[in-house]
Design a protein around this ligand. Structure first.
Ligand SMILES: Cc1cc2nc3c(=O)[nH]c(=O)nc-3n(C[C@H](O)[C@H](O)[C@H](O)COP(=O)(O)OP(=O)(O)OC[C@H]3O[C@@H](n4cnc5c(N)ncnc54)[C@H](O)[C@@H]3O)c2cc1C
Length: 333
């Protein structure tokens, strides 16, 4: 359903809607997939997941950073979260978007902010720091930053998006890093990325298998897709891949029962927990991936108070989204 995907990706990229949504606070069901906007709320969620044998990777939401002051503020907030995790002895680490550290207007500033985070992470039990990948146009900055830091820090990792033609080359480039493998969440063109689910799934399985067979640094298989998860379970069994060499990952609030079941089966499992006020762009990307996620939001969408609160512009956007939820409400999973 490319039009629906394009629609939500366009919303996720709107700086106006992101700024408006930030002021209004999490809504449309976003509360179910974002672990609140305070550190105590976040810590409570991490503890609950840790008690079930699940590790957490935390995303301090917010990618639209406009100036150096905001980038430094984001870095300070990340340090605060890291300290709280360490101080409370929780099993969690960080996932960071370098756009939040200033990469879109000053890559060197993002590098310096990230280096400060990594130095602190060394003091906090060598806490793992993962660099998320974002839109393709920012990939060069991610690669450059990772290349500058990987010799100095062993607790650094990044993400490879299977929809990119160059995904396999990137796997080969980083055998020494802990890598998260994903299908890819953004809208990329046919000159750089596979477009169909079949092609993306095939490349995803190819890079997972290649990585697991050739590298014993941790590989995180981050997907909600049963077919891929079952394939990987069989593959690791057939190839005697050590349990410590890989983990499964999912996003907070999605397929919770399945996540807990996989953890109970004895596989290493990590949940990606976003928190903070900048929920809009993250939530729109989740709707782009799977419009059925609108079911999370359906009741809130239709409340009159909500439409009043949002005003005419966002209300118009919601009207379009409301008709999409009707289309998908009864479609199968
Ligand atoms: C931990 C984590 C970190 C990520 N980090 C990044 C990143 O740094 N950069 C990036 O570009 N992307 C990232 N992503 C997003 C990723 O690229 C995909 O966009 C996202 O995971 C959706 O793809 P999928 O593999 O889950 O499967 P999809 O292709 O979306 O779904 C495949 C099938 O899985 C089942 N399914 C999926 N979701 C559900 C559900 N909620 N309920 C029931 N069944 C479901 C359905 O049968 C569906 O047809 C991350 C994802 C995860 C889980």
């Amino acid at each position: 359903m490319p039009i629906v995907k394009d629609f939500f990706i366009a919303l996720s990229n709107s700086q106006f809607l992101n700024a408006t949504a930030k002021k209004l606070g999490p809504m449309f069901g976003a509360k179910k997939v974002v672990a609140g906007n305070t550190i105590p709320m976040l810590l409570e969620t991490i503890q609950r997941l840790n008690d079930k044998g699940i590790v957490v990777t935390v995303d301090n939401l917010g990618e639209y950073v406009a100036n150096e002051g905001e980038a430094i503020q984001a870095k300070d907030r990340i340090l605060e979260v890291m300290y709280a995790i360490y101080d409370n002895n929780l099993d969690a680490h960080m996932s960071i978007k370098i756009s939040q550290l200033g990469a879109e207007f000053d890559l060197d500033l993002a590098y310096k902010n990230l280096r400060e985070i990594l130095l602190k992470a060394n003091e906090f039990n060598n806490m793992h720091i993962n660099i998320d990948t974002e839109k393709y146009e920012s990939l060069f900055g991610v690669i450059q930053t990772v290349d500058r830091l990987k010799g100095e820090f062993k607790n650094l990792g990044t993400v490879i998006q299977a929809y990119l033609f160059k995904a396999e080359a990137l796997i080969d480039k980083y055998p020494e890093l802990r890598l998260r493998l994903v299908k890819g969440a953004y809208k990329e063109n046919e000159f750089i990325a596979y477009q169909t689910k079949e092609e993306i799934d095939k490349n995803y399985i190819d890079i997972i298998e290649k990585r697991l067979l050739n590298c014993n640094h941790v590989t995180s298989i981050a997907t909600h897709d049963d077919a891929i998860i079952n394939h990987v379970k069989q593959f690791v069994k057939d190839n005697h891949i050590d349990k410590e060499q890989y983990e499964f990952q999912m996003l907070y609030g999605f397929r919770t029962e399945l996540a807990e079941e996989i953890a109970r089966e004895g596989y290493n499992f990590c949940i990606y927990v976003p928190f903070g006020d900048d929920w809009f762009s993250y939530f729109m990307r989740r709707l782009a991936e799977r419009p059925q996620n609108l079911v999370l939001a359906y009741k809130e969408f239709t409340s009159p108070q909500m439409l009043k609160k949002l005003g005419i512009i966002l209300g118009g956007t919601l009207a379009v989204a409301g008709s999409i939820v009707s289309l998908f409400k009864f479609s199968k999973k």
